[in-house]
Design a binder for this molecule. Structure first.
Ligand code: GAP
Length: 430
């Protein structure tokens, strides 16, 4: 857990993740993503979308509304017991706890606890002016329901043929009771979900296919294979819609936990929506099976952050003060800042203007940071801490010979590159 504390602190100090509503004393389990965290999130989503829409075949994108008819949630089963936590409530302070996470007494005030009750996780809101049952709506608890209710729209507009997929990234909301471990479990989060519609007789084959593909996504983004595992969820423990479920788990500082679920949802969702809406949601007379891949953006971000975090004892580089140095070894596709431009000195006009000239060339292709504040050693360390892939030092050689020194975050190797070849150099690298 020491590591998690360090990551939480780094995330705040360096502009990745801030606690929400901090100036008002905070708001439990909500987080704001700062300048670098929001870029990291964007890079994760871009990578996932590229995987689904470009690398895989026959997948189209969708962006459905967060607010849907409450009938959607009746049909999907989310308003019934299937989507609930079993909780006890303290009779004195009214705090609620999951039954598996509390003893006989309230862990906050030692008060007496009620018998366990089911608490639904759907977040209620009101649409329109009246706050009554007729205007009750729900914030979606999973994005995929927006996909199912648009099954016919996509089929009719896109001329897709079975098997095909619909991918979607968007916010989901759950009234989670236990929200600890930083951004692992939140009430507002983003999901990246893909629903693969296939012939029921091919469902097992596609399930195996997607579980491999999803594992490979993490491996290709550099996650340590020793910290990833797949867990088959047995009968009785699966989500209410799942015929088969595999949780992809990562070894977090707080133990092995799910980062992504791969589900065979069978014909559950389309037949429920057919039944409740009266509209046929079939393909050539048969309801397809759905293989789903579902991951939280923030949960995968936490995985990438933790996996990339490394401390180098005794420091590195000549300027190091020999104390431990932090390097965020994020994959090149995920690193928020690709290149930093560092003039050797800020009070030498020629160095600064050369650095800005190079900055202006590179910024058209990459997210580049110009940094002239502090000693060169400190600036390197700051860039290492945020995972910047390359640092370019602009020194007197750059002025005399039009050559800049490019230093690689991971190998620390330095290449001397002619200024007018820098763009070409990075195109081969990033
Ligand atoms: N549509 C299927 C579905 O929603 P899930 O297992 O409930 O399945 C899928 O959620 C993924 O969404 C999880 O593996 C996790 O990455 C993310 N997720 C779920 N609840 C979350 C929460 N409260 N905070 C952050 N991420 C969450």
């Amino acid at each position: 857990m020491e590591d998690l504390k360090k990551i939480i602190s780094l995330a705040k100090q360096r502009g990745f993740i801030f606690p929400s509503s901090e100036i008002y004393g905070g708001f439990n389990s909500s987080y704001d993503f700062g300048p670098l965290g929001s870029l990291l999130k964007k890079n994760i989503k871009d990578s996932w979308l590229k995987e689904m829409l470009q690398i895989q075949d026959n997948i189209v994108n969708l962006d459905a509304a967060i607010l849907m008819s409450p009938k959607v949630w009746e049909a999907s089963g989310h308003l019934s017991k299937g989507f609930a936590d079993e909780l006890v409530e303290c009779k004195k302070c009214h705090k609620r706890f999951r039954t598996d996470q509390v003893g006989d007494k309230c862990s906050s005030c030692n008060g007496e606890l009620t018998d366990p009750k089911q608490f639904n996780l759907m977040m209620k809101t009101f649409v329109g002016s009246a706050e009554d049952d007729a205007s009750t709506a729900y914030l979606r608890a999973e994005t995929c329901q927006g996909i199912y209710i648009n099954f016919n729209n996509v089929l009719n507009s896109m001329r897709v043929k079975l098997p095909f997929g619909i991918a979607q990234i968007g916010k989901s909301f759950r009234n989670e009771i236990t929200t600890k471990n930083f951004i692992f479990r939140m009430r507002e989060f983003e999901q990246m979900e893909m629903q693969w519609f296939c012939d029921p007789k091919d469902a097992d084959k596609w399930f195996d296919y997607w579980k491999e593909q999803r594992l490979n996504w993490y491996l290709n983004l550099g996650v340590d294979p020793k910290k990833l595992k797949m867990v088959e969820i047995p009968d009785g423990e699966r989500a209410h819609y799942a015929l088969r479920q595999i949780d992809l788990e990562y070894e977090f500082p707080f133990g092995w936990q799910e980062i992504e679920g791969i589900h065979n949802r069978g014909s559950w969702d389309l037949s429920q929506h057919s039944k409740h809406s009266g509209e046929d949601l079939d393909y050539e007379g048969e309801i397809p099976y759905i293989i789903e891949t579902s991951v939280g953006v923030e949960r995968s971000l936490l995985t990438f952050l933790i996996d990339a975090y490394s401390e180098i004892e005794g420091g590195r580089g000549e300027d190091s003060k020999k104390e431990a140095e932090t390097v965020l070894k994020l994959h090149k596709d995920l690193a928020p800042i690709k290149i930093a431009i560092l003039p050797l000195m800020k009070n030498k006009e020629e160095l600064v203007s050369k650095a800005k000239e190079i900055f202006n060339i590179l910024k058209k292709e990459y997210i580049v940071q110009y940094d002239q504040q502090g000693s060169i050693g400190k600036r390197y360390r700051r860039q290492d801490e945020i995972g910047t892939l390359y640092c370019i030092t602009i020194d007197f050689d750059t002025l005399e010979k039009e050559v800049a020194t490019v230093r690689d975050r991971d190998t620390m190797e330095q290449d001397s590159i002619e200024v007018d070849k820098l763009l070409e150099y990075f195109k081969g690298k990033i």
